[in-house]
Design a protein around this ligand. Structure first.
Ligand SMILES: Nc1ncnc2c1ncn2[C@@H]1O[C@H](COP(=O)(O)OP(=O)(O)OP(=O)(O)O)[C@@H](O)[C@H]1O
Ligand SMILES: [Mg+2]
Length: 248
């Protein structure tokens, strides 16, 4: 998919890569997200922060079509998607890296990539291995023989094989050693700078996410309680602690 100019808009427009307008959503009759309005321009990166259980994963699930939409609209690249099935949203170019990684444990790295591949994609195995050289060395290893970091690289790679314009990442840095976190952030930088991929980065590592993403939305109890510049929030330790519950 084609990459475009990058910036983030506060208001929703047809030029947005992703736009949520007054979205309320949850699981059957339970409402988890309330009146969420968020917009992300093509190629932009948005960090989504918030304490445990505030609805971060539910927000991603709602974009993917895995929740019950109670109110509001969701558009991807100017097209309403809220009536589309999850596989149709994926086909349009929404990639997902789940919190649980969800790679196939009994398939090799190569087979995991094959399962996710679509014909005519620009993401080949070779390009994946250039992005993540350690996966190249492990290409014939089974999913359950990989380290946590390698599994996360494979999970991101599987999403890339679907040729996304937008990548939704749910706590990709969770539970990983600092050196692996650094390697993943380098790869995410490359995806943004070289491929122009738009990203929504849900993270518990607030400072890392704020340093990576120029813009941030903080959720609390299913609502957006802060939306603005990451730098401004990074420089306000008191507000950051108040919103996210961490200072480091
Ligand atoms: N499949 C589900 N069915 C019903 N309720 C759910 C489901 N998944 C999550 N919830 C509820 O929705 C709320 C938000 O959960 P969610 O997983 O979106 O939070 P989160 O911010 O991602 O938390 P964490 O930081 O722990 O990953 C919680 O009250 C949770 O119990
Ligand atoms: Mg979650």
């Amino acid at each position: 998919m084609r990459a475009c100019a990058r910036s983030i808009s506060a208001s929703v427009s047809m030029a947005d890569c992703l736009a949520l307008q007054d979205v309320s959503a949850g699981y059957h009759e339970t409402v988890v997200l309330e009146q969420i309005s968020l917009a992300l321009r093509e190629g932009a990166t948005l960090a989504v922060l918030g304490r445990n259980g505030v609805g971060k994963s539910t927000l991603l699930a709602t974009v993917l079509g895995h929740t019950t939409l109670h109110a509001g609209q969701i558009a991807f690249r100017g097209q309403p998607i809220d009536r589309l099935r999850p596989f149709q949203r994926a086909r349009l170019g929404i990639g997902y890296v789940p919190q649980e990684r969800e790679i196939f444990a009994s398939l090799t790295v190569e087979e995991n990539l094959n399962v996710a591949a679509r014909s005519g994609d620009r993401w080949t195995h070779e390009r994946i291995y250039t992005l993540f050289p350690s996966l190249a060395e492990r290409r014939r290893n089974l999913g359950n023989q990989l380290s946590g970091g390698e599994q996360q690289m494979l999970s991101i790679s599987r999403a890339l094989m679907g040729n996304p314009a937008l990548l939704l990442l749910d706590e990709p840095l969770e539970g990983l050693a600092p050196v692996i976190v650094d390697a993943l952030l380098v790869a995410l930088h490359r995806l943004r700078e070289d491929e122009g991929l738009a990203m929504v980065l849900v993270e518990q590592h607030a400072r890392l996410a704020l340093e990576f993403a120029p813009e941030v939305a903080v959720l609390n109890r299913g609502r957006v309680v802060y939306r603005g510049s990451s730098q401004a929030l990074l420089q306000d330790a008191h507000r950051l602690t108040e919103l996210v519950g961490v200072s480091g």
